[in-house]
Write a protein that binds this ligand. Structure first.
Ligand code: MIC
Ligand code: SF4
Length: 644
């Protein structure tokens, strides 16, 4: 039986374990990426490891999230990151150079290598045949220090693509179709591997759109083969020497197979407020739209923007609608300037935003109350745009451009001849915004402004956990619910301040209630439904609750990156053995896990919890799936304690 490409690359990097889906393995990490919103904490953690210089082939520190400097915090973070990059041997991508995933694909991705990134959309580089995985900052810090990355050996779903995309149907519609079929829940522990005759016509940036939004499926990563398209892309980037053909064996056996005929796809949208709430554009056509945003790491490549530009050329956008364009990188910006696309967009009425995350993470262009925003980005979780009660639709650049012209959701197929945009063979390439670290870096002084805190120190696990349910929430709680981003991103290096805002849009009294329990020396617990911790890799969604005294989360199920983050900071991710018990545990109930430390040390995978509410007591079972290494981590109170 042949091997999948996932297996081939992982086996080449194995340092612990064997290819046994479901078991624990550890892989060597060749490259890392961090961005400013997760990177300050990751670099502080790296410093705590006491390693003099990064031990990867390449580590890049990007600044792309916190781009607005209304006060000193973001600028301080940037200065800290620039100085730590120089000191510890990372390449520094200066603010304004663009979004980490787009730049990494253009300038650093190498087929067949591994990449670990402190951002959930790191799998974007799977479009260039990398095993590229998103993780919490602490796991990335450990990789920078040369440690292997531990993960569950994945199962592989093979997505066999056939046919060719019709006019006006984009890569974005492919991944929206995959999300329609697989949803955002229940894909933990899988890799999505694309293959088949339909793959050959997809360019690397199109593949990257598809692998990028695999993050919304909750898979470990997504992967395309390395072929002629890969060669063309690398050649245009003047990196053809790094090309290496890679593919699954013809006889590869996938754990699950999905067939997609590209020719049968149509323009789709993810409707408010989940990336898997998919409808065809033709069913939404006519809905009045007040804002259209083209950009984000999902869809802001040269082709995306030149296509939108060609569609609006010589026309004006609707007076009822604003059009915002944020190129994914400075390289994209320079090339659409050269080739006239920017002039067409601006002439049509587009507003130009910086090459950065911006509107995608609520750091710019929050929509007006009660209005519809149509975006090419990857997440439309409630309130993520910065406006409570927002109505965000996620679409392709083609649908976005058609919608901006008409002022209402519009099927681009109604616009006549579709533009054909080819990847230029020659691109303007200017790496002057990427600063290489000096060879002799020990003398670099590190800038530490008042916004730069320290990773907090936490107590080891106690013998018993006794406390109360501080919050009960439902299904699909995202990390945006737990630790909102937007204007609060400026607090990412300052845990005591950021922790005051945990669950602020869900229950503003939560942080105070948890802190009061901590004052009474009681543990605080959260009860949750299915798929807890969807979305980002931000480890703050574990660190801040832990800082407030949360010791365990009891949920129907958890997402992958968030589970690892909880363990890394000493919070127990407990799963209801019987999901119906979720209904029985009331907010405010007293909970007791007697002898928990000893049980975990002894390898128990089921624990009993006694709950008391309104004078009634009952006991229920929870499951705790930990490897031996993770048992040591939670007993120590977190990975940093264990390292120290
Ligand atoms: C996101 O898209 O939610 C982010 C902001 O890029 C996060 C990282 C962060 O919270 O800093 C992610 O996807 O991991
Ligand atoms: Fe930035 Fe949005 Fe991509 Fe996250 S999803 S990295 S916020 S552009």
């Amino acid at each position: 039986m042949g091997k999948t490409l996932t297996r081939k690359i992982i086996e080449k990097h194995l340092v612990e374990g064997d290819w046994q889906p479901g078991g624990e393995i550890a892989i060597r990490i060749d490259q890392t990426l961090t961005q400013d919103a997760t990177g300050t904490m990751a670099l502080l953690e790296f410093e705590a490891f006491g390693c003099p210089r990064v031990r990867t082939e390449i580590s890049v520190s990007y600044v792309d999230h916190n781009m607005v400097q209304l006060s000193f915090e973001n600028a301080d973070d940037h200065a800290y990151l620039q100085s730590t990059a120089a000191r510890y041997g990372l390449v520094f991508s200066r603010p304004g150079n663009g979004i980490c995933h787009q730049i990494h694909l253009e300038r650093f991705a190498v087929p067949g290598r591994t990449l670990l990134g402190a951002d959930s959309h790191t799998p974007t580089c799977g479009g260039l045949a990398m095993i590229a995985i998103g993780a919490g900052g602490l796991d990335v810090a450990a990789a920078m220090a040369g440690q292997p990355f531990h993960l569950t050996c994945p199962q592989v779903v093979g997505l066999r693509l056939a046919g060719r995309l019709p006019d006006y149907v984009a890569a974005k519609d492919v991944i929206l179709e995959v999300l329609r079929r697989l949803t955002t829940k229940g894909n933990v522990g899988w890799v999505a591997e694309y293959f088949g005759p339909g793959v050959a016509a997809l360019t690397v940036p199109e593949r990257a759109t598809i692998t990028n939004m695999g993050a919304e499926l909750g898979v470990t990563c997504s992967l395309f083969p390395s072929d002629e398209q890969t060669h063309r892309f690398l050649a245009a980037q003047k990196r053809a020497d790094l090309y290496l053909p890679l593919a699954a064996d013809e006889t590869a056996a996938y754990d699950r197979m999905i067939e997609i005929d590209l020719a049968k796809l149509e323009p789709l949208a993810a409707c408010p407020s989940s990336p898997d709430n998919i409808k065809p554009i033709r069913e939404l056509a006519g809905l009045a739209v007040q804002q259209v945003c083209i950009g984000s790491c999902t869809a802001s490549s040269y082709k995306d923007l030149m296509t939108a530009a060609a569609m609006v050329r010589g026309k004006k956008i609707s007076p009822q609608t604003t059009l915002v364009v944020a190129p994914g990188s400075r390289q994209v910006l320079q090339n659409i300037i050269r080739d006239g696309g920017l002039a067409d967009l601006v002439a049509a009425g587009a507003r130009l935003d910086e090459c950065a995350c911006g509107f995608c993470i609520g750091c710019a262009q929050a929509p007006a109350t009660g209005t519809v925003s149509v975006r090419t980005s990857n997440r439309n979780f409630p309130g993520r745009s910065g406006t409570q009660g927002d109505q965000v639709y996620l679409v392709s650049p083609e649908t976005a451009a058609a919608t901006a012209l008409a002022g209402m959701i519009t099927d681009p197929r109604t616009l006549g001849q579709a533009p054909r945009i080819e990847l230029p063979a020659e691109l303007i390439i200017d790496d002057s915004m990427l600063l290489a670290p000096p060879a002799d870096s020990v003398k670099t002084e590190i800038f530490r402004g008042p916004n730069i805190g320290e990773p907090p120190r936490f107590d080891p696990l106690s013998d018993d956990l006794v406390g109360e349910v501080a919050l009960k929430v439902g299904d699909k709680i995202t990390t945006d619910h737990i630790c909102p981003a937007g204007s609060l991103l400026r607090l990412r290096s300052n845990i005591p301040e950021y922790a005051k805002h945990v669950f602020t849009n869900v229950d503003p009294a939560f942080a105070g209630r948890a802190a009061a329990l901590r004052g009474r020396k009681l543990a605080a617990f959260i009860i949750a439904g299915a798929s807890y911790g969807q979305g980002s890799s931000r480890e703050h969604a574990a660190i801040c609750p832990r800082y407030l005294g949360i010791r365990a989360i009891i949920a129907k199920s958890f997402e992958r990156i968030h589970t690892a983050n909880l363990i890394n900071f000493g919070i127990l991710p407990l799963v209801f053995a019987n999901p119906a018990d979720y209904d029985l545990v009331a907010p405010g109930a007293a909970l007791r896990l007697a002898g928990v430390k000893q049980a975990i040390a002894a390898g128990a995978d089921t624990l009993a919890i006694t709950a008391t509410a309104a004078g009634k007591e009952f006991t229920f079972q929870v499951r705790l799936t930990l490897t031996d290494r993770q048992r040591l981590i939670v007993i120590a109170g977190g990975l940093l304690n264990l390292e120290r």
